[in-house]
Write a protein that binds this ligand. Structure first.
Ligand code: CTP
Length: 405
């Protein structure tokens, strides 16, 4: 985890979203970071310093004029030593003061002395966020190198809103912070296109053919690629999983829709990872209205859906990773899984195939773990042990980075 042993300064300004900063402070501390919380006077009205002290196990700084502890120049020390400054919530007032270069309290003085990374999570009323003054301040701070996460739409203190203003959730802020703290990887600046989940083919308006893919493997790949600095585009079939942090997500339903979306998106991809389990068959003649059960037996004629990987026109140099799903053990029934994966590599001009077995305990659909074999064009395949899908994703991305270099 990028947080272990890192020093994070969490600047908290006075908005109701302060309550989420407590969770953020806790999660950062649990992840191994040393967390120094700096409160503005207004933030101290919402959450007492004691709360953050208990959550981080460290003294909280709130005033330039505090004595004791040898921390008279704490704002300079923290500005220089912190690996990352996170501002959450950053109110409109804090943004205005920072953009103007004011230094009228400990937090703004720290920001003025700061030359390293700043991650800012704005939170305010939607009209305040939309105001040209705030827009100008955000632009100024972005030009100075600050990174922003959110704000998002959703409930504000004063009620529901369709406009951005609500602070991002702690998990989203953590993912953005992890990306900033991650060592610069070879995926930085690369566009990684990932597919995830099943697709669904209609028999009639209320019945579908699909499969039990949950989308977890693709989501883990999208999250891991984002943490490594990639621009991530995710094309996902029907799944209930919450959208992963950092990925630009496109939702599709059928295999043909997935194919159409990818045909456009692949043009800007440096890497394509087909972790989705698109439905391979669809009803040849779907009914426009619901078929009545009382009509008795139903025989369906199915036709194959398009082979997405086989049909995509990938740009030159776009690295392609496919999955091969088996049900007979790695070398089981129906022949050698590795040999068939090699055949897929060649037939679909892929760089890597990730072989897994849907029937193996802990692997395949609907479980948080997977056991895969990485098959390349040359060299022996690598059999990985049973790992979490996130760890499998990291190993696949290690291979991708190696192949890119
Ligand atoms: N795939 C695809 N288009 C489809 C079905 C699958 O591009 N209509 C992709 C999957 O996302 C996966 C790879 O192809 O990355 C292999 O999928 P798999 O179901 O194992 O094999 P198929 O290519 O469908 O071949 P077969 O069923 O003959 O093994």
């Amino acid at each position: 985890m990028p947080f272990a042993g890192r020093h994070v300064v969490l600047g908290v300004s006075g908005g109701i979203a302060c309550y989420k900063s407590c969770t953020l402070a806790r999660r950062l501390t649990e992840s191994g970071a040393q967390v120094d919380v700096v409160l503005t006077a207004a933030a101290g009205e919402f959450v007492r310093p004691l709360t953050f002290e208990a959550l981080t196990g460290r003294p909280v700084l709130a005033s330039l004029w505090e004595r004791g502890g040898g921390r008279a120049l704490a704002h300079i020390e923290l500005a220089k030593q912190g690996d990352l400054v996170i501002l959450a919530p950053a109110t409109a007032h804090l943004l205005a003061r920072a953009a103007q270069g004011m230094a009228d309290d400990l937090l703004t003085a720290l920001l003025l002395a700061r030359t390293g990374a700043v991650l800012c999570a704005p939170a305010m009323n939607d009209a305040m966020f939309a105001h040209p003054a705030t827009r100008a301040n955000l632009k100024t701070l972005a030009e100075r190198g600050w990174t922003f996460v959110g704000p998002e739409t959703g409930a504000l203190a004063e009620g529901p809103s369709e406009l951005p203003g609500r602070m991002s959730e702690p998990e989203t802020i953590l993912a953005a912070a992890a990306r900033l703290l991650a060592p610069p990887g070879r995926l930085k600046g690369k566009t990684v296109l990932v597919t995830a989940g099943p697709t669904r083919e209609h028999l009639d308006p209320v019945r579908v053919i699909t499969n039990p893919s949950s989308g977890r493997m693709g989501y883990a790949l999208a999250e891991a690629a984002f943490a490594r600095g990639a621009e991530v585009i995710l094309v996902v079939g029907p799944t209930d999983l919450p959208v992963p942090t950092g990925a630009v997500t496109h939702r599709v339903e059928t295999t043909a829709e997935m194919q159409r979306a990818l045909q456009t998106l692949v043009k800007r991809a440096d890497v394509l990872i087909m972790a989705a389990a698109p439905a391979d068959y669809r009803p040849a003649a779907p009914a426009a209205t619901k078929r009545a059960r009382s009509a008795g037996d139903l025989t369906l004629k199915l036709e194959p859906t398009p082979d997405i990987l086989g049909s995509l026109k990938r740009p030159k140099g776009c690295l392609a990773v496919g999955f091969a799903l088996e049900t007979g053990g790695r070398d089981g029934e129906g022949g050698d899984g590795v040999a068939r994966a090699r055949q897929k590599l060649q037939d679909k001009a892929l760089d890597l195939v990730i072989l897994n077995d849907a029937l193996e305990p802990g692997a395949g659909f609907e479980v948080p773990t997977n056991r895969v074999t990485i098959v390349r064009n040359s060299g022996a395949p690598t059999e990985l042990p049973l790992l979490s899908k996130r760890d499998v994703a990291e190993r696949i991305l290690d291979e991708v980075e190696q192949a890119l270099s």
